[in-house]
Design a protein around this ligand. Sequence first.
Ligand code: THG
Length: 267
Amino acid sequence: MFVIGERINGMFKDIGDGIAAKDVKPVHAMAEKQLAGGADALDINVGTRVPKEERGEVMKWLVEATCEVTDKPLSIDNPSIDIVRAGIEAADGKVKTIINSTTGQQDKLDAFMKLAADTGSSIIGLAIDENGVASTADAKLEIGMRTIAAAMEVGLSPDEVYLDPIVLPVNCDQAAPMIVLETVAQFKMLSDPAPHIVVGLSNLSQGALERSLINKIFLTMAMAAGLDASIHDPLDEELMNSMITAEVLLNNTIYSNSYIQAYRQSK
Ligand code: THG
C-alpha cells in the first residue's frame, strides 16, 4: 500500500497556526512524524482558513518547508490548477509530485493532464464531473475511463494515474461505501497496466464517533477489493497495523512472527 499522509493540512490547528505565523516548525514536525509512522508520500493542503488569493503563496511555502525535511513524493492537494502549479514549481524537481487532483470535466482533464505530462507528475482523478460526485459504480467508471483516456492522450501511462472513487461520510449515505468497494474492483480492469486506486479514507468517518474503527475496517475491505493507495493518518498506529496485517493476509507481504516490525523497518 502506498500511504499518503493527510496531516499537513491547514484544517488541523497546528498546521493552520504554523501557516498563520509563518513558522515552519509544526510543518517539519508533522512531516517527520508521518514518515516515522510509515507514510510513503505527504499530502499538502493549505486548508480553508487562508483567503483564496493567498493560497498559491501558502502552497508554495508549505511545499518548500516540507522539502527541507524529506525527499518523499508530495501530493499537491487543491482543486485550482494555478495553486497546484505553484506547488509543483516550489518542489523544483527536488521531489516527485502527485497532482491532487483533477475532476472529470473534459476541459479540466485536458488541462491537468497536460500539467502532469509537462512536469513529470503523477495525478489523482476524482469520480466527480459537471454533475457532482458520481453516485453509482457505472457513473464512477465512466469518469475513470475518460480520465485514463485523457492521460494516454498526453503520453502519461495509466501507471501514473490514481483513480479516486470518492469516499463520503458513512453517516450521510450508508449505501455509498459498498458502491465504492464495487468501483475499486472495476477500476482495476480499466487498463493494462492498471491505474492505481486511492481514497481519502478519513472522509468516511467525519462526524462519527468510532472514527478509527470505521476507517480501519473499511481500509482492509477496500484493500481486498484492490485499493493500493490511501490518503490517511499514519500516526494512527492501529490503523497502520491493520493495513500491514491486511497486506499479509492478501499475500502481498511475507508472514513472519514479527511482520509488523519488519514492515515498519522497511519504511
Ligand atoms: N480524495 C483526495 N484528496 C483528498 C480527499 C479525498 N484530500 C483531502 C481529504 N479528502 C483527505 N484529507 C483529510 C484530512 C483530514 C480529515 C479528512 C480528510 C479529517 N479532519 C478532521 C475532521 O474533519 O473531523 C479535522 C480534525 C481537526 O480539525 O483536528 O477528518 O477524498 N484525492
